[in-house]
Design a protein around this ligand. Structure first.
Ligand SMILES: [Zn+2]
Length: 117
């Protein structure tokens, strides 16, 4: 701890470095005794809440993207079901092969699910 930091009685956000709000953190140092820092519990709690909220936000966005892709994929498959419905047996193998190729290209991200078939 530098002599400047040692004389500070409050954190940069104005919370006291004393009582229940103060805790000491031992920062590990290579080949030296740990460096002891004073830390503000209130700020640490707020940061951890913010990090948890940011993590939830990322997870919600990932879930929404996943659900959106699922909807687009279901729509793509439904289009092919209509395309294949009522087709004669000779046309089917070719249709099925084209479906397979297009499904693969989309699931590998080469083509968007909502590109026309
Ligand atoms: Zn603080």
């Amino acid at each position: 701890m530098s002599s400047t930091n040692r004389t500070k009685t409050h954190c940069p956000n104005g919370h006291p470095y004393s009582g229940q709000n103060l805790y000491l953190y031992e920062r590990p140092q290579h080949n030296r005794p740990p460096y002891v820092e004073r830390r503000c519990r209130e700020c640490a709690n707020r940061r951890s809440k913010e990090q948890a909220e940011a993590k939830r936000k990322v997870e919600r966005a990932a879930l929404a993207a996943c659900e959106e892709e699922q909807r687009a994929r279901d729509h793509f498959i439904a289009q092919w079901c209509r395309e294949i419905e009522g087709k004669d047996a000779l046309a089917l193998p070719e249709k099925m092969m084209r479906f397979g190729e297009q499904y693969t290209a989309r699931s590998q991200g080469e083509v968007a699910w909502d590109e026309p078939i």
